[in-house]
Write a new protein. Structure first.
Length: 150
């Protein structure tokens, strides 16, 4: 069994626990965990089905095409750095501003076009605001800066 299949199974198990636990929450409190866990579990199931149906084994990468070791370690350090950056931005300015701001910074630092770097955060803002604030009528975390200045 491939490691990616095992990872998807572990994620599916964790999401199953989240779904079962959140069903015991009060009526309004269960919306957020269920709205995240159910679609994510569905995607994990799709991933598992795709990997089980795939018959080919991963090919060996020739030695000369493998990335240098220092590049691999750099990639391992950049992902946690981006996650910490997202957490800090959300902690400071809140969810509604933090997600689009982080997405804009990420796209611009990865040399994407200005058009894409503006449209994608606006879509994220519309989905988060329309889905959670308007649709589910959930108050979102507003950030430390709004608490300090309000």
């Amino acid at each position: 069994m491939r490691s990616s299949t095992i990872f998807a199974l572990v994620i599916l198990g964790i999401l199953g626990v989240v779904i079962v636990k959140s069903l015991g929450y009060p009526y309004g409190a269960r919306y957020f965990p269920l709205s995240v866990a159910i679609p994510t579990a569905a995607l994990a199931v799709v991933q598992i089905v795709r990997e089980v149906r795939a018959k080919t084994e991963p090919r060996e990468v020739p030695r000369e095409t493998q990335a240098p070791r220092k590049d691999i370690f750099g990639k391992y350090l950049t992902a946690p750095a981006w996650i910490v950056t997202l957490l800090l931005i959300v902690y400071l300015v809140g969810l509604l501003v933090g997600f689009p701001l982080f997405t804009f910074l990420y796209l611009r630092l990865h040399r994407q076009s200005w058009l894409l770097s503006i449209i994608v955060p606006l879509v994220i803002l519309a989905v988060v605001y329309g889905g959670f604030v308007v649709g589910l009528q959930m108050p979102l975390y507003e950030g430390l800066l709004s608490e300090l200045f309000m």
